[in-house]
Design a protein around this ligand. Structure first.
Ligand SMILES: [Zn+2]
Length: 277
């Protein structure tokens, strides 16, 4: 699942390829917006807000969300695509480039003034100009009984954390994922760490939380079930979490396709992250 830093980089690549250019072609392959044709309109900018991508035109905004395994590819005009055409949801062409959104979880076209209906519920964006760790901490603390792992994933608290950073952050701070928010003494440090990690990784293709960029050394616990903890050698544990919070978190997403809960597997070290009694 793409995390906030991957989405940030995707938006930046779209921005560099398309901004300032009029579209020479536009194909939106979702039934609700199949009649929308933005050809002839100039792309003003593409930006990210948490894990949402906003491509702005003079009157309207194209909103896309990668969800589980979506991706935007950018090709030279006329180059072959690297994913099958039937997986394409949006095709935006300029005289030089083709941007193709494959397997996108959400696609919406709204008036610029209505962007808030899509992203207005989000908390402070970890990679946005409005980032405020104080506000993120305040929002997380407003639900003191909630497990910290769940609170970190709730994009209304802070925007940009997915399953990977949730697991890695809780490991780094020695916090069990089920610890109620009110008992997390290192909450401020945890939120600061989230900001530092995403900021450090936003320009990289592969995230690292260990500081080591070698392929099998990049992460502490994520997708390492059964392998020894890098600190204490205890086998890393994993479990699938409940899904109610997924539905609540995304209740504002009318056009969601598929369930985001499919990949809600948690990873932790039972020794470094002891459960609270
Ligand atoms: Zn350990």
């Amino acid at each position: 699942m793409p995390e906030g830093d991957t989405v940030w980089r995707t938006a930046q690549r779209l921005h560099q390829a398309l901004s300032g250019q009029p579209l020479t072609g536009c194909d939106i392959r979702v039934p609700r917006f199949a009649e929308v044709d933005l050809a002839g309109q100039v792309v003003l900018e593409t930006t990210s807000r948490g894990k949402h991508i906003l491509t702005r035109f003079e009157q309207v905004t194209l909103h896309t969300h990668l969800r589980m395994d979506g991706a935007w590819h950018i090709y030279r005009a006329g180059s072959p695509w690297r994913s099958p055409a039937f997986e394409a949801r949006v095709v935006l062409a300029t005289s030089s480039w083709q941007a193709v959104g494959f397997r996108l979880g959400n696609v919406d076209v709204v008036a610029r003034a209505d962007e808030h209906t899509l992203v207005g519920h989000l908390g402070p964006d970890l990679l946005g100009p409005d980032w405020s760790s104080e506000e993120a901490v305040r929002r997380i603390r407003s639900q003191p009984d909630r497990p910290i792992g769940e609170a970190l994933l709730d994009q209304r608290n802070l925007a940009g954390i997915g399953n990977l950073y949730k697991a890695e952050l809780c490991f780094l701070l020695g916090v069990h994922l089920d610890t109620p928010v009110r008992e997390v003494g290192v909450l401020v440090q945890l939120v600061h760490k989230a900001h530092r990690l995403l900021s450090a990784n936003k320009q990289r293709a592969e995230q690292t939380t260990t500081g080591d960029t070698r392929r099998d050394q990049r992460l502490w616990v994520y997708r390492r079930a059964g392998q020894p903890c890098r600190r204490c050698r205890t086998p890393i544990a994993s479990a699938t979490l409940p899904t109610a919070s997924d539905r609540a978190r995304d209740s504002s997403q009318q056009s969601a396709v598929g369930s985001p809960s499919q990949a809600r597997v948690s990873y932790w070290c039972p020794t470094c992250q002891p459960p609270v009694d």
